[in-house]
Design a protein around this ligand. Structure first.
Ligand code: HAM
Length: 418
């Protein structure tokens, strides 16, 4: 037998309704915030992620699914959605149109990580990106969109953490201060952090190793190094969150695992799904479009991990509304009435009424049982008498009541029930 690759999951037909619920909530949220869908390829040129996500990040250094295609091009399965959306924004000249451009996506993403609860090698994201708006109101709107989405799913126990990692200028000043602080402790830290020290010291704050956490606990905070503009921007974001009634905590240790962020960064975190508690993360990234060869276009967005959301909902007892069974099951007593049932089912479906009939040669009694199991809302049993008289009984499964209906009138009858 060939097994599923490690770190991936099948969504079985019996569980697909959970995904439909989350996808509907995502699309509904995007619509409310006037965001249009963007679909980009599942793979891109590797260079996009080297330049976009950043060559000092774990994603680029350790986790990408990269391969040479038959034309000897280096191709990578997308590890996230922002870089592809930004590439498309530039390539399609969207910056020359009406701004802001507000878009969303629901995508599979691929990262070669060590699988554990809530951490997969193929996972799915609902993401949102807003291009062209530099002001703090865009940051706040994106955060509210994420909060609305989580709320729509019925998720309550999540905490919103925010931080600002400033612009290039404040980052340079902060990096210098951070390095001054860390330098005497280098020998106490893990080898990865020692490497990060020169290339990207900010990432050291995100290290999960106890010995590094001990060192960084006393490190200077980015938030104390913000320039006037970044400070004002961050304060305004907070005012807007408060104005909209969203509670938040400032967490000076959020740095995020991708290099493109500037100013506001945020995460929605849960304590109910183990170590991988971040269900949604995002922030502003004002330099990415330029970095990828476009003009200066400010941007802000987020992505939520759909598997983590399902895990969180399951772990906290949030109900997924189950999808309904067919409107009607057409049972047949004998060969002739089974054929008639098949024909009626075809007709009903062409009129938008979901219909099912037996394909397993079940007895009439077993067909009723089956209809009940699949959640059919009505059952019609057809036999010689019904075919002769042109009239049948429609049984309503919720209360067992029956109603005589002309076979020719079944379409109109069920349409009236919709
Ligand atoms: P990210 O924090 O790398 O950000 O991922 C966003 C979310 O994807 C995480 O909060 C988590 O829920 C989910 N996720 C990440 N890795 C995995 C995994 N291995 N298994 C399961 N779920 C995972 C981004 O990807 C940015 N592109 C977000 C963004 C959009 N920033 C601005 N715009």
């Amino acid at each position: 037998m060939i097994n599923i690759p490690k770190g991936t999951k099948d969504v079985l037909p019996k569980d697909a309704y959970k995904w439909h619920f989350i996808e509907d909530a995502a699309r509904g949220t995007a619509e409310l915030f006037n965001m249009k869908e963007i679909r980009t390829p599942v793979f891109e040129h590797t260079e996009l992620f080297l330049r976009g996500v950043g060559d000092t990040t774990d994603i680029v250094n350790k986790e990408m699914y990269t391969f040479k295609d038959k034309g000897d091009r280096s191709i990578t399965l997308k590890p996230e959605g922002t870089a592809g959306a930004a590439r498309s924004f530039i390539e399609n000249g969207m910056g020359a149109g009406l701004l802001p451009v507000k878009m969303y996506y629901i995508i599979p993403a691929f990262r070669y990580e060590r699988p554990q609860a809530g951490r997969l090698r193929e996972f799915h994201q609902f993401g949102v990106e807003v291009y062209g708006a530099a002001g703090p109101d865009a940051d706040a709107e994106v955060i509210f969109a994420a909060a609305h989405f989580l709320n729509k799913l019925g998720i309550k126990n999540v905490k919103l953490n925010i931080n600002s990692i400033g612009c290039k200028e404040c980052r340079a000043r902060y990096n210098a201060a951070l390095k001054d602080y860390l330098r005497p402790h280098l020998a106490e830290m893990c080898s990865t952090c020692r490497e990060r020290f020169e290339k990207n010291p900010l990432r050291i704050l995100d290290c999960k190793e106890e010995k590094c956490k001990l060192v960084t606990a006393g490190a200077p905070k980015m938030i104390d190094y913000l320039c006037g503009e970044c400070k004002e921007h961050f304060e305004k974001v907070q005012q807007l969150l408060t104005a909209g009634g969203l509670e938040y905590t400032i967490d000076p240790n959020i740095v995020r695992g991708l290099d493109y962020y500037t100013k506001t960064v945020f995460e929605f975190v849960s304590e109910n799904i183990g170590a991988q508690g971040t269900v949604c993360g995002g922030g502003r990234y004002d330099g990415l479009i330029e970095e990828l060869g476009g003009s200066h276009v400010p941007a802000v967005g987020f992505a939520a991990g759909m598997e983590r959301l399902i895990l969180l909902m399951e772990n906290t007892g949030v109900q997924f509304p189950e999808e309904c069974g067919p409107d009607v099951f057409l049972a047949g007593m004998d060969e002739e009435s089974r054929t008639a049932a098949f024909g009626i089912a075809c007709k009903l479906r062409s009129e938008g009424i979901s219909a099912e009939c037996d394909h397993m040669g079940r007895s009439l009694k077993a067909q009723f049982k089956y209809a009940d199991k699949i959640g059919a809302r009505h059952v019609v049993a057809l036999g010689g008498n019904e075919l002769e008289s042109g009239e049948c009984n429609v049984k309503r499964m919720s209360d067992g009541s029956t109603e005589p209906v002309k076979i020719d009138g079944l379409c109109a009858y069920f349409k009236g029930k919709k």
